[in-house]
Write a protein that binds this ligand. Structure first.
Ligand SMILES: Cc1ncc(COP(=O)(O)O)c(C=O)c1O
Length: 363
């Protein structure tokens, strides 16, 4: 049996012919950039999130950077980020003009809430909690810390569409939240796309302007911005997919529970915490022989991946901070142990059983 890490074709097939019609409609109406499907998506996503503003943009990295800038973060400002995430979380701080300050992760690979305050200095302006793998950070605790220290909070929701914390959606707690709609995400376009979500009118106004060359209305350039717009075809894809997001999320959660039932007790599985809805963008286990396990699974036709093998502070691009493993002991230890198993809504029970059988045999 061959089991890919993700199977985007399976989902596309389930959306036919509606998806082809939506894409062709965007082409026939020449709704390539602004207006049309992108406007529809902004309204639909804001309504789905229960938030005032969604600003569609080109990708989830731009969306982080633009929101930081719209919050006024720039030169000399420090922003706290978890030691393990996709690089965009830290990269966007630097490209906004600030300095990322890394905080070690806890055993769920989320920013360690107990370590945040010791990293706060007079220059700290914001925190970016990342709901990594679709597992939401305790946002009530984050907001308490942020309020106490007068910090902005930007939620990185690139992996956590539809996740909730005590019934409230991840992405609705902070001052703003950033979404990626990269094809493999839980809500993915057919190319790059991103979205900025906020209830704050001023953040929304500036973010919208930055994403469109600083314009507020045609030829009224409030500031120098950039070109980061969602194209109409991607928006048409997202409009077709959004109504299915909750169903696909349930299917992911169900698949994760099947994995967790079938994997033997000795396997270190992802933990579900009471009140926190993990939406399993990734199903990540931990083991001592990660590379060996990946090889054995590959021999059986099973694709795996590692998210992420190198904690950000140890990447060559951050050598200027001179960090070593003692600074982030948990991230250093866990990054050597994690391995992501195939995960998508359309995985069959038979496929999950096959993966579980071979993980159990080689763990
Ligand atoms: C946690 C996290 N933040 C940000 C991003 C950036 O999103 P994009 O690839 O759309 O730029 C990603 C995407 O991989 C991500 O996983």
């Amino acid at each position: 049996m061959n089991i890919p890490f993700v199977d985007l074709k399976a989902q596309y097939k389930s959306l036919l012919p509606e998806m082809d019609e939506a894409i062709m409609h965007a082409i026939h109406t020449t709704a390539f950039i602004a207006g049309g499907p992108a406007d529809t998506f902004e309204k639909a996503y804001a309504s789905y999130m229960g938030m005032t503003h969604t600003i569609a943009c080109a990708n989830g990295t731009d969306s982080l950077e633009i929101l930081l800038k719209a919050m006024g973060i720039g030169t000399g400002d420090e922003v706290l980020v978890p030691a393990i995430s996709w690089i965009s979380t830290a990269e966007s701080v630097t490209t906004a003009g600030g300095t990322p300050v890394f905080v070690d992760v806890d055993d769920d690979l989320l920013i360690d809430l107990n370590l945040i305050e010791q990293h706060i200095t007079p220059r700290t302006k914001a925190i970016i909690p990342v709901h990594l793998y679709g597992n939401p950070v305790d946002m009530n605790r984050i907001m308490e810390i942020a309020t106490k220290h007068g910090l902005h909070v930007l939620e990185d929701c690139a992996q956590s569409h539809a996740a909730t914390i005590h019934g409230k959606k991840a992405g609705t707690f902070g001052h703003a939240s950033s979404f990626s709609f990269y094809p493999g995400k839980n809500l993915g376009a057919y190319g790059d796309a991103g979205g900025m979500v906020t209830n704050n009118d001023e953040i929304a106004r500036i973010a919208r302007a930055i994403a469109n060359h600083g314009q507020e209305g045609k030829h009224n350039h409030l500031l120098e911005g950039r070109n980061s717009r969602m194209d109409g075809i991607q928006a048409a894809v997202l409009n077709t997919k959004l109504p299915h997001l909750e169903k696909w999320t349930d299917m992911r959660i169900n698949n994760a529970r099947i994995y967790s039932d079938l994997l033997q007790a000795s396997v270190h599985k992802p933990r579900e915490r009471e009140g926190f809805k993990h939406v399993y963008h990734l199903y990540v286990i931990q083991c001592d022989n990660r590379d060996e396990l990946a090889l054995r699974l590959k021999e059986k036709g099973i694709d795996t991946a590692v998210h992420y093998p190198i904690p950000m502070p140890f990447m060559p691009c951050y050598s200027r901070f001179n960090h070593s493993e003692i600074d982030f002991p948990n991230a250093a230890k866990i990054a050597k142990r994690i391995i992501s198993l195939p995960m998508y809504a359309e995985l069959t029970q038979e496929q999950i059983a096959y993966v579980a059988e071979h993980v159990n045999a080689n763990y």
